[in-house]
Design a binder for this molecule. Structure first.
Ligand SMILES: Cc1cc2nc3c(=O)[nH]c(=O)nc-3n(C[C@H](O)[C@H](O)[C@H](O)COP(=O)(O)OP(=O)(O)OC[C@H]3O[C@@H](n4cnc5c(N)ncnc54)[C@H](O)[C@@H]3O)c2cc1C
Length: 263
């Protein structure tokens, strides 16, 4: 159970940051689905509802997703369905059920850097940047690698290109967390192979990505790239699957995703 001592509804990002950083226990509220299943003692619960961060905006050369945008909006948004082979809607459409997707938010998911996240894996294959109130604009990859600093995730920026991207996931049952997930994308022979829920957070498989760019993309090349991804990344064990199982599944999901991108 969580407890909340006080509540704030700031009107600006500046005010939000002031309240957030005034005390260690002050905490931002996203959709609250994850917060509620924990046992945190929250000082001031900081609600972002007045900051107009619920948006998906198509710009000339990018698509921006505000932090308070729900997964359901991502899943049903025509722009996101149209671009990148619809990878973002596809990646979130597996998550539990519509009711949950109507409340969970993009900003909370990214900021929390959940290892099991399906959204982060898909986003990482699209060269996305995140915008933090204090930290400014940084690549999602850098943000995932950096340690946690208290900040507000404001929005995500995705370059609007004709990058074709594919998401693959393996689950023990439909609404469970993924045993493993993978995203592969390609734009003019610039390949990105990403694997998440290892169960550590998503990572780009650099050697596999480079190999695909240099290869002839034969059946053997695709199999070798999938092997490379499984060899260069680390995997762990938890109740959903062992390290060895994940390594084996990685080869299958990456191979399938590459073949789907090429199809
Ligand atoms: C039962 C259940 C099953 C799930 N299954 C899956 C799954 O299969 N796959 C998957 O990918 N995800 C899954 N999720 C995770 C879900 O998709 C969300 O990522 C998660 O709930 C966080 O979103 P939220 O809006 O509920 O965050 P909250 O619970 O509101 O917040 C989570 C954390 O993020 C912080 N935060 C919120 N917004 C911001 C911000 N803008 N800036 C900085 N910090 C912020 C909060 O302070 C808090 O620490 C599941 C969640 C639940 C509850």
């Amino acid at each position: 159970m969580i407890s909340i001592q006080d509540y704030a509804l700031p009107a600006t990002l500046e005010e939000t940051y002031e309240v957030l950083t005034a005390k260690k226990s002050n905490t931002i509220l996203g959709g609250c689905a994850f917060l509620r299943i924990g046992s945190k003692k929250i000082g001031v619960a900081v609600d972002l509802a007045k900051l107009n961060l619920d948006f998906i905006n198509e710009k000339n050369d990018s698509i921006e997703i505000g932090a308070m945008t729900t997964f359901r909006k991502i899943e049903t948004n025509p722009v996101l369905i149209k671009y990148f082979n619809g990878i973002l809607p596809k990646a979130v459409s597996h998550i539990v059920g519509v009711q949950l997707r109507n409340s969970v938010t993009a900003g909370a998911t990214i900021y929390s850097r959940y290892g099991f996240s399906d959204f982060i894996t898909a986003l990482l294959s699209l060269d996305a940047d995140v915008v933090l109130y204090k930290g400014g604009q940084v690549s999602l990859e850098t943000f995932l690698e950096d340690g946690a600093k208290k900040d507000i995730l404001v929005k995500v920026i995705i370059p609007k290109t004709d990058r074709k991207a594919v998401f693959q996931t393996m689950r023990n049952s439909r609404s469970d967390y993924a045993v493993l997930n993978a995203a592969v994308s390609n734009k003019e022979n610039d390949w990105k192979v990403v694997v998440g829920a290892r169960p550590q957070r998503a990572k780009i498989a650099r050697a596999a990505s480079h190999y695909l760019a240099e290869s002839q993309l034969t059946k053997e090349d695709i199999e070798y790239a999938a092997e490379l991804a499984a060899n260069e990344l680390t995997f762990g064990s938890n109740i959903r699957g062992s390290r060895e199982y994940r390594e084996a599944i990685c080869k299958v999901l990456v191979k399938r995703a590459i073949m789907e991108v090429l199809a």
